[in-house]
Design a protein around this ligand. Sequence first.
Ligand code: PSV
Ligand code: MN
Length: 386
Amino acid sequence: MTELAAVKAALKTQAVETPSWAYGNSGTRFKVFAQDGVPRDPWEKLDDAAKVHEFTGVAPTVALHIPWDRVADYAALAAHAQDRGLRIGTINSNTFQDDDYKLGSVCHPDPAVRRKAVRHLLDCVDIMDATGSRDLKLWFADGTNYPGQDDIRARQDRLDEALAEVYQRLGDGQRMLLEYKLFEPAFYATDVPDWGTAYAHSLKLGHRARVVVDTGHHAPGTNIEFIVATLLREDKLGGFDFNSRFYADDDLMAGAADPFQLFRIMYEVVRGGGFGPRTAFMLDQCHNIEAKIPAIIRSVMNVQEATAKALLVDREALAAAQRDGDVLTANGVLMDAYDTDVRPLLAGIREDSGLDPDPLAAYRRSGWAKKITAERAGGRQAGWGA
Ligand code: PSV
Ligand code: MN
């Protein structure tokens, strides 16, 4: 196989998971702007996700968030997905929206609240059994707002205990992905604030516990690709929540704010052997002001472009320049790949697979937006928290 053929073959195996909540209404704490045609339930979210997969060919799974995507019959939801060429992907837990969780969930000082939170996590594993999902993604809003509010160390002990119980419940082939986030909603001390804390817990739990890197969850200026390289080196990278940010956890379209960063991350993924199914490449973003389905298609394409550029890096030339200590050549090799216009390559790959070379134009021509605007006129739209 020529090198270009190998790059094309790799790109054809790419899979990006889209989040159910990105199809619903979202906003900031100031305002949620409703959009026409937004899904009213998880079934309609999957109908929209099927369009993203139909036009991109690389978005075959959809992440659910429980209870936002609560249904009576999860096996039926999985069948609905399957009928549309999709699968249910990661199950995301939600222990941050009940009044009980004001002081935390699994780290709460009250054992009754901790019990309730753990029961929810165990319910999420039951749902995974019904949907055939591989990954349970845990993000905890737990933390404190003021020094002295609670004992930092005791909270870690409580977290430890909860994670161990849920880890024990995982079935064969199921994994636990622990997500970290610097701050928000806790403003003083978040209980899982960084990759080191997530890594320490995952290491103690075992090989099925892994760390998930949400690209919006770091302090400004953090070298995320270094974290990715390190986690891959330790075989502890579970996956990504891709999105982009200018300031905090902005949840903008992946690759929109800093496509170069996304490329650098994808380069470390490729370099570290993380490009493949063992890494969950998920989007976690919200489309507050832009049309949702095309925004998700755009994000998927941005991930594809960053991946194509990362795969095009001439690794032999790079290694030679690095060995020689030739700083400028090494940097030049990396930039040559980043500066390549990979759009024709990806358009060709889509055509090879019988897809339209331009997914956004094909979606616009499809009439889907008009159809859902007309058909979903009544009822309550799905949105943040529902
Ligand atoms: C938290 O900010 C987060 O990134 C987690 O992944 C949540 O589950 C997701 O956003 C949706 O709220
Ligand atoms: Mn996330």
